[in-house]
Design a protein around this ligand. Structure first.
Ligand code: NAD
Ligand code: 6OD
Length: 498
């Protein structure tokens, strides 16, 4: 038990415990016990058991054992049937997943019930389909004796996959990795974010309910360096690592994966631009921009923090986006009327507010927000106001750094070339949105922006069969559809002389 928890004494004695899930069993970890807080009120909602290095080793061993048990021998149709039962299992316990996600993140029920939990189930459905519909390659070849040869590829699971996850869309982003990994016949050890341990743990119950063999899905709790994250990513028994999180953490994980030359898939940070041209449908643009800047309190890796607007409509767009920012309702995340939740933690609130202060100090014009609201009944929550700035140079840290808050800086541009150059002026390259009614311009710009994902006249519209991932410092590799299957399997070629 850590000092903070010890100090809380009997007040914490009756709190729910979040355990590790290893080999199909919920187990107390050998590390500390740490507190999980409700971001809207700062109340401790559960105590989480940190996995020790030995626990992580047990989880990796359980996963390895599962690969040589019934799971490793299971036919694809039987595996797919289990994945479909997972879809039903999550759906049957929808309200529990929803409550757990809201307690961990503080995100509004209106958001989590439409995005996080349905996508948690949908990820399993999509990859159950993918594994049955995507084949491998065959090549016939001539041979000098005229008999010929036939090459075909076998799609083999990679083995034990380490899955390290962030806190912003916990169930969605975790199952985005776990679903294809299991569809491909791997076993996984998941390390959820220390901020959001609950839905990964609840999924362990569903795994048992639907009959996923023990050891196929394991969860170890804890932090990054010196804790479960590092123990998992440096464990030699892990065959591949898939990670979503900050770029700097991705660098550490890539270094860890280099030992043993293990494949990595990295979905990392961004400082995403939007390009608004003067022929855009303004009503739809503001609606889309509002979501991309402020949804989930701006804590979406694909969210927009830099908005480039063609000069003729700059003032109208800036004022309309500011009005949108002022229109959110803070409050009880469980209430359907709440549209804006808190940030994830006191530490993250401090980070976001430090950028709000920096913007003021650097002379930004603050069109909306700029501070922390007082929310009645939730005065201790980690709230920040949706914020819109103009007037800063492109070199300002407010314009260059990923803030990961509900905020955007707007800059005017004159020509298409200038707008694209401004959008590309970033070490990141995750997502862009382009707003115009000129489709030729949209296609031209989409080809020139340096981003893994470009949306035209929309944002976060997802077809899970498409390639998903970042350019430049926003990641390496692509997941989604066949690309996930490429990462979670290894093709082995067989050449048969006929
Ligand atoms: P983070 O990098 O701080 O943590 C992510 C996970 O890594 C956590 O589970 C953490 O415990 C673990 N971790 C930290 N250091 C580690 C280490 N040295 N070794 C092993 N594990 C370690 O990220 P976060 O704050 O949880 O999430 C926010 C970030 O994630 C933002 O930068 C955001 O852009 C990014 N993100 C990217 C995508 C994407 O698809 N590209 C999606 C969501 C979030
Ligand atoms: O939709 C997805 O599959 C996905 N990976 C979204 C990432 C959102 C980032 O916060």
């Amino acid at each position: 038990m850590n000092e903070a928890t010890r100090a809380a004494g009997t007040a914490t004695a009756s709190l729910p415990r979040v355990h590790n899930f290893i080999g199909g069993q919920f187990v107390e970890g050998g590390g500390t016990t740490f507190e999980n807080r409700f971001p809207a009120s700062d109340a401790v909602v559960s105590l989480v058991s940190e996995a020790s290095a030995d626990d992580v080793d047990r989880a990796v061993t359980a996963a390895r054992k599962a690969l040589s048990g019934p799971w490793g021998r299971m036919s694809v149709p039987d595996r797919v049937a289990l994945l479909r039962r997972l879809v039903d299992g999550i759906t049957a316990r929808f309200d529990e997943f929803l409550a757990a996600e809201i307690r961990d993140t503080g995100k509004p029920a209106s958001l989590a019930s439409h995005i996080d939990i349905p996508r948690g189930a949908a990820n399993f459905a999509v990859f159950a389909d993918q594994i049955t519909t995507i084949g491998t390659e065959t090549f016939e070849m001539p041979t000098p004796d005229g008999a010929g040869a036939l090459n075909y590829a076998l799609r083999m699971p990679r083995g034990v996959i380490g899955v390290v996850c962030p806190w912003n869309l916990p169930l969605l982003l975790m199952t985005w990795k776990v679903a294809p990994a299991l569809a491909c016949g791997n076993a996984v050890v998941v390390k959820p974010s220390e901020e959001t341990p609950s839905t990964a743990t609840l999924l362990g119950e569903v795994m048992n309910e639907v009959g996923i063999p023990e050891g196929v899905y394991n969860v170890v709790h804890g932090f990054g360096p010196g804790s479960a994250g590092e123990f998992l990513t440096t464990h030699p028994g892990v065959d591949a690592i898939t990670f979503t999180g900050e770029t700097v953490t991705g660098e550490a994980i890539m270094a860890a994966a280099s030992k043993g030359v293990r494949p990595v898939s990295l979905e990392l940070g961004g400082k995403n631009p939007a390009l608004v041209f003067d022929d855009a449908d303004l009503e739809k643009t503001i609606e889309g921009l509002g979501r991309s800047c402020f949804a989930n309190t701006g804590q979406v890796c694909l969210g927009t923090e830099r908005v480039y607007v063609q000069r003729g409509i700059f003032d109208r767009v800036a004022e309309a986006l500011a009005e949108k920012a002022r229109g959110y309702a803070f409050g009880d995340p469980f209430a359907q009327t709440t549209t804006m939740g808190p940030t994830i933690s006191a530490e993250h609130q401090r980070k976001v507010l430090s950028y709000y202060e920096k913007a003021k100090a650097e002379g930004a014009t603050v069109l909306a927000g700029g501070g922390a609201p007082t929310v009645e009944g939730y005065e201790k929550g980690y709230w920040v106001e949706p914020t819109v700035w103009t007037g800063l140079p492109e070199t300002s840290p407010v314009v260059t750094d990923e803030i990961f808050g509900p905020c955007a800086h707007l800059t005017p541009f004159d020509t298409e070339e200038e707008g694209i150059a401004l959008a590309n002026n970033s070490p990141y390259g995750l997502a862009t949105s382009i707003w115009t009614q000129d489709l030729s311009r949209a296609h031209r710009a989409a080809k020139q922006v340096e981003a893994g994902i470009t949306w035209v006249n929309c944002w976060f519209l997802r077809d899970l069969r498409t390639a998903f991932g970042g350019s430049k410092a926003s990641g390496i590799g692509r997941e989604g559809g066949v690309h996930s299957l490429e990462f979670y399997t290894e093709l082995r070629n067989v050449c048969v002389k006929l």
